[in-house]
Design a protein around this ligand. Sequence first.
Ligand SMILES: Nc1ncnc2c1ncn2[C@@H]1O[C@H](COP(=O)(O)OP(=O)(O)O)[C@@H](O)[C@H]1O
Ligand SMILES: [Mg+2]
Length: 329
Amino acid sequence: MNLLILSCGTRNKVVQYFREAFGKEGRVICTDCSPYAPALYEADAYYIVPRITEPGYLGILYDICKKESITGVLSLIDPELSLIAAHKNQFAELGVTVIGSDYALCERSLNKWELYCWMREHGYPCVKTYALWEDFDSALNQGEIAFPVFVKPMKGSASIQIAKAQDRETAAFLFSHGEEMIIQEYMTGQEIGSDVYIDLVSKEVVSIFTKKKLVMRAGETDKAISFFDANLNSQITQFVRENGFVGQIDIDLFEQDGVYYFSEVNPRFGGGYPHAYACGVDHMTLIKNNLLGIANPVRTAPYPQNQVMMKYCEIMLLDAQEPKKETPI
Ligand SMILES: Nc1ncnc2c1ncn2[C@@H]1O[C@H](COP(=O)(O)OP(=O)(O)O)[C@@H](O)[C@H]1O
Ligand SMILES: [Mg+2]
């Protein structure tokens, strides 16, 4: 049982947790396109690979899988989720399980407009969203939406190009100066993040950790506090089941006037996952069990509430003269 973590970047903690869970039973191999991705150096072995858009990229991954006898693969970046999901069968031929949701679900999660349409059709409370200026304008005229509003890219991530607009002129400027933008009602409620694991064997939601976000920084949760609400958990479970997600997912919600509004889904480990792990919510072991063919029971043990996660920076030194392993084989 060996795991391949793709595009590991700065997610050192995720790599450390996997190594801890796997112990002597399996190896953790990482890739990144940059030798300056610090998480590479936490792994049992690493490979510097081309960018995911380069021709031949997948072939290199398949070679690594063969060479390292990989049994499971996951990616930590959004644009790569659909790519590996689309090649699930090719990985399976090599005995490798893609730890992630199906292609269509990865695409839906990447596209905030598509996800909104799905949520509206399926009756989930969600943030009012417009993808066409004319639709937004007529909603404004009919009093369906009012300023301030929130403008962001339809397929954005890491909070890039997000902005609040107080008036029509600013909203029009932001909307026309980005590619494929959407306009939303501005949410003032409490932001919530949840780390969810859906068992790859039983397909059941086996673990949910929820936290209230206290401070955001550079698109990531910087400080958050753990809490538990059985009502929220059952809404999350239904949402996840109806969509059909599997593996690790990260869901963002807003709580406003007593209602939980679903906002966005990242079908991968979110940047705030270390909070869950530090509270004893170990999804790495769940993945390990699944790779061994073992279904995990639904987690019933409570995790501690009111635990505040505070992120801080660390550094790593790399000898730039030491030869790097380029591509494998
Ligand atoms: N409609 C909204 N109203 C108020 N704040 C929002 C809204 N949508 C997003 N945000 C803020 O912007 C951040 C990033 O938006 P999000 O939709 O999560 O995109 P990303 O994919 O960049 O994480 C959120 O964490 C939240 O703080
Ligand atoms: Mg987000």
